[in-house]
Design a protein around this ligand. Sequence first.
Ligand SMILES: Nc1ncnc2c1ncn2[C@@H]1O[C@H](COP(=O)(O)OP(=O)(O)OP(=O)(O)O)[C@@H](O)[C@H]1O
Ligand SMILES: [Mg+2]
Length: 440
Amino acid sequence: MKKEKNTFDISILCVITGVGMMSLAPSLPVIYPAAIFGVGSYYFIDDFLHKSNKWYKLWDSMGIENKPRLREKINTDYGYCLRFGIPRGMSTDDFEKRKSAIYQYIDCDRLNIKHHQGRNMLLEVYENRLKTQYDYYDDLDVGGKLEIPIGYTYGESLVTIDLEEAVHILIAGETDSGKSTLLRAILTYILTRLDIKLYLCDLKFGGTELRIFVNHPNVKEFITNKEDAIKLLTRVEREVRDRGDKISKAGCNDIYKYNRENPKNKLKHEIVVIDEMAILRGKNTKDSIETLEILATQARSTGIHLLLATQRPSKTEKVITGQIKANIPTKIGLRVDEALDSRMIIDSDGLEQLRGNGHGILKLKGKKTEFQGFYLDYAQAQRLINQSANKIKNKKRKVVKNDTSKVMANKLTKEEYEQLDFSKPSKKKDDNKSIIRKIF
Ligand SMILES: Nc1ncnc2c1ncn2[C@@H]1O[C@H](COP(=O)(O)OP(=O)(O)OP(=O)(O)O)[C@@H](O)[C@H]1O
Ligand SMILES: [Mg+2]
């Protein structure tokens, strides 16, 4: 490897030139040698700092001749990030190969080595640890009409997904990584806080995971087998078309504009949830995957969203086709075995390094956020769902009562209204009956 000219050489060169100029041309203004001395001193100090840096010693101990130069240190919520200039003839792979030595040297929880803008390398040092568990709490409320909280970052800021921006969501990770637990927290939040209807397809073990949501009034359908799921997708596709026609006939281009212009006749957002979408594979795979592709591309403007969970979106299994992937802008990757799986889910390495259940990376419009997902156990979710379902049912009952009084107020005369006091016996035997008939 060709040795690069280092700053120490440059500083020596400057000093020699400065001294040479002063002795050979003493008539020259003193400013010239002074400037050259200045440059020399700058490089001398820079070289001194570089060599006294702890990283220099590490590169030296690894036998790297041209040592990467530390350009900047950025403090982050996970620890810090160092930007090094990569010497000519080296690449990030050379450091990747020596990763275990770097680990030993800095004793951190995790280390990412990334290429950055050509000749720079980023060394992300994870000093802080995510808590292994963040319990979902009852009064979690982020305020947005379509915004859903999913967990916390290293810096303990809340991570949320706005459905308007996220459109469709894919959750993927190996078995036991925490997909169903995250889905449970997301669905509980949606059903208890937001006005969104759900179609639930729980295709694993006959619907054991999502059964707790079944009796909630905002759950439109609950499906536990592949055949019914395929039929549902066809029905939803039809609904997407109908909504599309309605929206375009009203001169709008999406549900948001339509709802703004038709406040009394708003279309509700709906989510098709499929836990373990790999089960859709099989005899009718082509049809169902094609329908999903259509939904992924066309449903965004009509307010129908997809929330899909799968173990490994392997290319060979043709579950997540290129088209579905391209049209699902939001990916939540949980722990996977290999970097290859990580690349399939979030288009980069990283998921194979995650530790613990519920630990994930949210990729939304190219931006990645590492987080620990909410933990919500089955019993607590059930309690919250029952509470919310009862609340909605009671509200509906009250609305029916109020509607009756409106009918009475609008349609009955004062005299007729007074006769409704059933404690007073009516003069005519059938009077009350006829009034009741008039109300309902
Ligand atoms: N956010 C979390 N915090 C703490 N523990 C979690 C979290 N998520 C999941 N777990 C733990 O991991 C276990 C597995 O989670 P879960 O069943 O959600 O995984 P999964 O990815 O759906 O697995 P499978 O692919 O087999 O269905 C849970 O029983 C729970 O104990
Ligand atoms: Mg699961």
